[in-house]
Design a protein around this ligand. Structure first.
Ligand code: EPU
Length: 289
């Protein structure tokens, strides 16, 4: 593999800890931030021809990266961030900030996105994770999804109900590049009030301002991973710079220079104790890469 033949502009010396909300992750060999679908396609083609492994990153808010050097190319979609709206619909490129869209929706007189208030990340990441919480998920708002296959082919999906399940939007290995949301008309003040209420609720029950990757484990059917970890007495347990949040036990927060290994040590501790005490096998919700 020769990086000399590199055509697309790439940044070097990037460390993934700077691109993930948890703040862990080692250096990467190549870092691309395409500004158009054309650029994204060129970068994928180059990586294919050079046999360079590729990983796609949205907002990095649900991803826990290893500390070793990644000898491949990271493609960050954050510069693919234009959006427009027409009537009840918002068309947004994958890298658009989800909180940004939530904030803008009342001013457009549109309701629906407020159920996602307090969830960080990009709209592309939100679709791939079927992001949501107690008040709803993004799935039912999505009318159209555009993707790019790793081979560079563009695809458009309209019938989407079947693709969304608990914390998953199933588009295989394809890269979500654009999303159309269909919202409802509403009075701005009503939507703003709902956003404020949901944000207050979140701030009271989750470590929103700490560095984390969101909920670490999926909820087991009919129960809450946070409740189970809490019942094992693990709130406040720490490993180096990582801490099981005293606010919500399904969050591991980075209090300083926490590492991937320290995160995994706490996650394993939670898994082992919950299994010992309740016989429940917790599964990761975060992406470990
Ligand atoms: N609980 C505890 N201790 C804790 C945490 C929770 O006893 O440390 C109890 C709560 O008191 C409550 C129950 O467990 O009775 C459920 O807790 P909560 O309402 O906080 O919801 P959750 O099931 O832990 C889910 C989602 C969150 C989402 C919240 C609120 C998952 C894995 N978690 O959490 O999503 O924000 O509901 O809607 O689905 C995420 O996916 O990253 C995420 C944060």
């Amino acid at each position: 593999m020769s990086f000399q033949t590199l055509k697309p502009p790439s940044k070097r010396g990037v460390r993934l800890r700077e691109h993930t909300s948890l703040g862990v992750g080692g250096a990467v060999k190549l870092f691309f931030a395409p500004r158009s679908i054309g650029e994204l396609r060129e970068e994928l083609q180059w990586a294919r021809e050079e046999c360079v492994p590729v990983r796609v990153l949205g907002g990095g808010t649900n991803t826990v990266c290893r500390d070793e050097v990644f000898c491949g190319a990271i493609i960050s979609l954050q510069a693919l961030n234009c959006a427009c709206h027409e009537g009840r619909r918002i068309r947004a490129r994958a890298g658009c900030s989800l909180p940004g869209l939530v904030r803008k929706s009342p001013g457009l007189g549109l309701s629906g996105l407020e159920v996602l208030a307090g969830i960080p990340g990009t709209i592309g990441g939100a679709v791939v994770m079927n992001a949501g919480g107690r008040h709803g998920t993004i799935g039912p708002l999505v009318e159209e999804v555009r993707t790019l296959t790793l081979g560079g082919e563009e695809k458009v999906y309209y019938s989407l109900t079947e693709r969304f399940s608990y914390r998953k939007g199933d588009f295989g290995a394809e890269i979500v590049t654009e999303v159309v949301l269909k919202l409802e008309y509403s009075r701005p003040e009503i939507v703003r009030q709902r956003i404020r209420r949901i944000l207050r609720e979140k701030i009271g029950s989750q470590p929103c301002s700490a560095r984390s990757a969101g909920c670490v484990f999926r909820n087991p059917p009919g129960d809450s991973a946070g409740r189970l970890i809490d019942a094992c007495g693990l709130k406040g347990a720490s490993s180096g710079g990582m801490l099981i949040s005293p606010v919500h036990a399904n969050f591991i927060v980075n209090t300083g220079e926490g590492t991937f290994a320290e995160f995994m040590a706490l996650a394993e501790l939670a898994k082992t104790e919950v299994h010992k005490r309740f016989g429940v096998a917790l599964e990761f919700e975060v992406n470990i890469v």
